[in-house]
Design a protein around this ligand. Sequence first.
Ligand SMILES: [Zn+2]
Length: 241
Amino acid sequence: MKEQIETLIQLQRIEKERAALQTQIAEIPRREQALDEQLGAAEDEITRKKERIDEVRKQYRAFESDVRANQDRIDKSRARLGTIKTNKEYQAMLKEIEELRKKNSKIEDEMLDFLDQIEAAEGEAASEKEKHDRLKAETDGLKKILREEADDASRRMGQLDLHWRQVSEAIDPALLKRFQMVREKVGPVTLAPVSNAVCGGCNLNIPHQLFNELQRFDSLKYCPHCQRLIFWEKPLEENNG
Ligand SMILES: [Zn+2]
């Protein structure tokens, strides 16, 4: 019986490692997604900067065409100056030309300001792009590691499954069935060690009589509190001695 219990403990250890690997594998897509989201945010930032640049450039081009249109009107008016007969009309046209010139001068000042804005936005976009490229390289590296992690974990799980089958063959089928039935009820910790009459599954004291029986290793008992299968765990000093 003692050997059977030890084999069950071994089986439970395999199951525990397998469950941990399964959790690790299950978390990989979430970790990949987090990396993708981070990279996506960096890409969005670049797009926003580019949109800003386009917007300012578009406004700059609109100013350019305003200036051109005003200049055309100035040129035409100047050409007509010589054909004007009355002084009053002449003065009116000079006034119009002067106003257009002022308007253009004001627009050109604004255009200089816009050129500064474009230059600044291009600088920001370039540094965002650099940041993004660094992050992309980092993300690719981390994803590769995650894939390797997943492969390693799957491989290890395959080994554990094989090992589980081999180990379980040494267990009496009725006992194995009992073990599996208890596991259905209590979860992954099916078999709990008892030391100093305390159940390792629920941390409650088990009756003295039961503790004495456990120490004989002649049968597998149930914890009266949590219904786990329990076995006696020898104190360390006795193991070493
Ligand atoms: Zn218990």
